[in-house]
Design a protein around this ligand. Structure first.
Ligand SMILES: [Mg+2]
Length: 365
């Protein structure tokens, strides 16, 4: 073994099961337990990289078993290869793992973590090193009113600047939840996320009702069905609030279409949609078209969430940061970096890689 040898000598793929504080409820369904996938990649130099795949069936149908299968099938193609050629390895992952974004993300993250540890730079430097920190919002999911109020109070006390509120349950319930949160969290920015739960007419009605109550959200995420480009454009052009595509922005092709159709003002980028390379390309496409950037996550521990923070900080210019999901875990299975005061991911102290690893690998499954 030569100390500067960056050949990939092992790739382990394991499930990560973890309890959550409370079920996470969105318009597509409910999730009560985290069922993710962890990848450990070792280079000949001794550098070890960690990656996490966070499939979310309620979001896009990807599952833990499919992610395990995909990641295990693709590992043979990585063994014996040089991590220095990480870009072509990421391209191969895309070809080998079509429609398997979480597996691509897990392997790609482990690869880039291993490589940046090997060369001794923080992951954010690989993406450009533009910034050293990002500041996340916190989400209130589709919970009863009293819970939404409690959550809003807790979030405000934490010094968070923006609250994201899940909607898409019906105009009356949604309006009441948003108004309750707004009352408890005066002065904070409010974002809405319908997860495709509405049509354009309902979306515009919700915005009108809120405006009458003195509430103007800073962003409305995925108000309509993913393929309803005309509906998105209607809300984006007539709602008076910037609209973000999340489920609609699942691939490069989809984002190109959103751009062509002038359907939205903001793109929500998630590493889990298509892996790190596709996320990077989508950021470039969005920026080229003058669209705003948002970074989001599935239900990710501080490993994948920190990787996303490095991505957003490294590229810079992300107006919306939605990386609060480590807070949903009953116990953080990871160590190294966590969400600090005021929701800040401070990456300035990370000397190499992501800066996060599992507390105990053998306890993961
Ligand atoms: Mg969303």
């Amino acid at each position: 073994m030569r100390p500067r040898d960056s050949t990939i000598i092992s790739v382990d793929v394991r499930p990560l099961q973890a309890p959550m504080n409370e079920p996470f409820v969105i318009a597509g369904g409910s999730t009560a337990e985290v069922r993710n996938v962890i990848v450990r990649m070792r280079l000949a130099s001794g550098a070890i990289g960690w990656g996490e795949g966070a499939p979310l069936p309620a979001y896009n149908g990807e599952t833990q078993s499919g992610t395990l299968r995909g990641a295990r099938a693709a590992r043979a193609g990585m063994l014996g290869r040089d991590a220095a050629a990480w870009r072509s390895l990421l391209e191969e992952l895309e070809a080998r793992l079509p429609r398997c974004g979480a597996a691509r993300a897990a392997l790609g993250m482990a690869l880039l973590d291993a490589w940046t540890r090997h060369v001794g730079i923080p992951l954010r430097s690989l993406f450009g090193g533009a910034e050293t920190a990002v500041r996340t919002d916190i989400t209130v999911s589709l919970v009863p009113l009293y819970q939404a109020r409690l959550a809003a109070r807790r979030i405000k006390a934490r010094g968070i600047r923006t609250i994201k509120i899940k909607v898409g349950q019906g105009l009356d319930l949604d309006e009441a939840r948003v108004r309750a949160v707004a009352e408890e969290a005066r002065g904070l920015g409010l974002m809405l996320d319908a997860n495709q739960g509405y049509g354009p007419g309902e979306s515009l009605r919700l915005l009108r009702r809120l405006r009458r109550a003195g509430i103007v959200p800073v962003l409305f995420e995925q108000p309509t069905a993913a393929d309803d480009y005309a509906g998105l454009r209607a809300v984006a052009s007539r709602g008076g609030v910037p609209v973000a595509a999340d489920e609609s922005a699942g691939s490069r092709e989809a984002v190109l279409r959103l751009i062509r159709e002038r359907a939205v003002q903001v793109i929500n980028i998630k590493l889990m949609k298509g892996g790190l390379l596709e996320a990077w390309d989508i950021a470039a496409l969005a920026r080229s078209a003058g669209l705003g950037l948002m970074i989001g996550a599935n239900i990710e521990s501080s490993l994948a969430a920190a990787a996303a923070a490095h991505f957003a900080a490294g590229l810079g210019g992300f107006a919306f940061v939605d990386l609060d999901t480590p807070l949903w875990f009953s116990r953080d299975p990871m160590t190294g970096l966590s969400i600090g005061p005021r929701g800040v991911y401070d990456l300035s102290g990370v000397k190499a890689g992501i800066g996060v690893r599992p507390k105990r690998l053998d306890r993961l499954s």
